[in-house]
Design a protein around this ligand. Structure first.
Ligand code: SF4
Length: 203
């Protein structure tokens, strides 16, 4: 696919919002959602991102042209953006003076130069080892009680300054939120992440 060298990317969405999750919750951010993902989470809420061929190959210049001077923080999400070489995109965004944040499962090799890496590991496709050292933030989606044990396995591999978040999977939040709150009482190094953008009706 022509996206392989990272000069053209299958862009699914480009939108301005307020970051709803994790360490940068509440921060105004511009999101680029890159198409393509083969990680296969059964609860995925962006399954329409999976087939990269459904999203138009877009030049980096066209992507950067969306941004205004007040777009300070740019979040690259997916899909799984690391299916593509992220070096050209992050260079273009940094060249435009932006801070560049990443949301990734870590299932693909690390490319790109990032100001913030949020690693969100998935059971269906394990993160590659290099992502644990690169992550400033570990965000584990909690679908059932076993995910709390599993979260600790990943935290043990992250650096000492990595911020740790547990986030209820949206469709199961009524069931898992009490489990997470109990867990936090025993494990205060973790914090709760809610998908606050969904509560306020933002993308
Ligand atoms: S890694 Fe993300 S985009 Fe891919 S299937 Fe899982 S939740 Fe969906």
């Amino acid at each position: 696919m022509a996206a392989d060298n990272g000069q053209m990317l299958p862009l699914m969405e480009a939108f301005r919002t307020v970051q709803g999750e994790g360490a940068h919750t509440g921060r105004p951010s511009f999101f680029f959602r890159i198409g393509g993902c083969d990680v296969g989470c059964h609860w995925c809420d962006v399954k329409e991102s999976w087939d990269a061929g459904k999203h138009p190959l877009t030049s980096l210049d066209a992507m950067v042209a969306n941004l205004g001077p007040n777009d300070k923080t740019i979040v690259i999400t997916g899909g799984e953006p690391l299916m593509w070489d992220m070096n050209p995109l992050t260079a273009a965004l940094k060249g435009a003076g932006k801070r560049v944040h990443l949301e990734t499962s870590g299932a693909y090799p690390l490319t790109g130069s990032w100001d913030w890496v949020c690693l969100s590991p998935k059971k269906t496709k394990a993160p590659r080892p290099e992502w644990y050292a690169a992550a400033q933030e570990l965000k584990v989606i909690v679908y059932n009680a076993d995910d709390l044990r599993w979260a600790q396995e990943h935290a043990a591999q992250c650096g000492p300054d990595c911020q740790l978040f547990l986030q209820p999977e949206w469709s199961k939040r009524d069931k898992t939120l009490p489990l997470i709150i109990d867990f936090l009482e025993e494990h205060p190094e973790w914090r709760l992440s809610l998908q606050t953008h969904k509560y306020i009706g933002m993308p």
